[in-house]
Design a protein. Structure first.
Length: 424
């Protein structure tokens, strides 16, 4: 392939040879290092290809061997340029395109992220954008070694990373620590408290419930397993009591409380949605449109208005590239428009139950993402005048609490013995 390109750029001709001693002619070409290729015989005529420089050296060889030659076809860049030598705009356009491609090759237009699980692609892309390493960044501004260190520092679950750039493609390979990635999110110290020194911070309950388990790493426990607490009650105090020889509290050492606390709570769940809903009735008519997209701009080729009043759009985007690692900021877009009409219908009881279950599943999914364990759910659906009403209770187990500045309150006497054993 590369040799064919070199021959095309240098130019070559396809010729026909006949005469008295063609075999001697070929021997002389070999002795004079004149390259011939694609040699074939058609009757008494030999056909082959030869470079422009080699063709100019054939005159004395033809005279010695009594052979004749005729040019059949001229190929290559030199002949192409000579043929279109008066079309200056064409050559200017070619050089302009080459200049644009060279300019585009100095930026990143494709980012591949591999090996991530807990860290989403959106989070990684936001990080790259904040560190000036996202789409459209000049390749000279990307330090792969420095970027690897910044990724490991920013994402605790990532223990290994590799960043490499090829052409206009930036490839990021990461490996995560599964044990860290699987940890449930913990409460963080609020920003307004972070700069306050010599103060303790308590852990307080976010909801009413019963303590399922408690393990204190730092601080003074104010509750024990099985205790019933209310919202705002102090679970672990950030004040560590200091006793004298007579077991009298003489002072406090303040710290930021830290603990794993599982709280059994009951959430009240309520949802409602109208009896009527808009249903799409598709006619089956689909029209396809094609276009090009550059950034936020889209050009449809050819431009035609969609004949439907209401329609859905399905879009497929393919990023254009010149090779495996040379992507362009240009997308080929295929859009499918499907016609439909909107009609208002009433939910049947079965459809209403399915919609209520769908809404409930989305609500439970959000709770699960926050580390809440669903123990039991009791939900009922009723039909009102204009709405379906869904209500019930959810029994959950959660590891949620929030920080508050310590109020310097003494723990209960029944917990003092545990405090001296479990506090640090």
């Amino acid at each position: 392939m590369l040799l064919s390109l070199i021959k095309y750029f240098r130019g070559y001709v396809e010729v026909s040879l006949w005469g008295y001693a063609p075999e001697r002619f070929f021997n002389l070409c070999s002795n004079h290092n004149i390259l011939l290729w694609d040699l074939c015989k058609q009757g008494d005529v030999y056909c082959f290809k030869i470079s422009v420089q080699g063709f100019r050296s054939l005159k004395p060889l033809l005279q010695k061997t009594g052979t004749h030659i005729r040019i059949g076809k001229k190929n290559g860049i030199p002949f192409l340029c000579f043929r279109y030598r008066k079309r200056k705009i064409l050559f200017a356009s070619i050089f302009l395109c080459m200049g644009i491609l060279f300019a585009l090759s100095r930026f990143v237009w494709k980012i591949n992220i591999n090996g991530n699980d807990s860290v989403t692609n959106d989070s990684m892309l936001k990080f790259l954008e904040a560190n000036n390493s996202s789409y459209g960044t000049h390749v000279s501004n990307i330090d792969c070694t420095k970027l690897e260190e910044e990724i490991r520092d920013c994402f605790e679950s990532i223990i290994w990373t590799s960043v490499k750039r090829e052409g206009t493609t930036l490839t990021i390979d990461v490996q995560e620590n599964l044990s860290i990635a699987a940890d449930q999110p913990k409460a963080k110290l609020p920003k307004e408290f972070q700069n306050q020194e010599k103060k303790g911070f308590d852990l307080i309950a976010l909801h009413d419930g019963t303590i399922e388990s408690i393990y204190v790493r730092k601080g003074t426990p104010c509750v024990k397993q099985g205790d019933t607490v209310k919202k705002g009650d102090v679970l672990v105090s950030g004040a560590l009591p200091i006793y004298d020889d007579s077991q009298t509290i003489v002072d406090y050492q303040y710290c930021t409380a830290d603990a794993d606390i599982r709280l059994n709570a009951v959430y009240a769940y309520k949802d409602r949605f109208p009896i009527q809903y808009e249903k799409r009735v598709y006619s089956g008519q689909i029209q396809k449109r094609y276009g090009l997209s550059f950034g936020d701009s889209y050009v449809q080729l050819p431009w035609k208005n969609v004949p439907y009043r209401q329609y859905t759009v399905m879009e497929d985007r393919i990023q254009l590239r010149l090779c495996d690692s040379f992507y362009l900021p240009l997308y080929f877009v295929k859009r499918s428009y499907e016609d439909y009409e909107t009609v208002r219908v009433n939910y049947t009881m079965q459809e209403a139950k399915e919609q209520a279950q769908k809404n409930l599943s989305e609500f439970l999914k959000k709770l699960t993402q926050k580390g809440v364990l669903i123990l039991q759910k009791r939900v009922m659906i009723k039909k009102g005048k204009n709405n379906y009403i869904v209500s019930g209770n959810l029994a959950v187990s959660e590891n949620t609490f929030q920080y508050a500045v310590n109020k310097e309150q003494l723990p209960d006497t029944e917990n003092e013995g545990n405090a001296s054993d479990e506090s640090e």
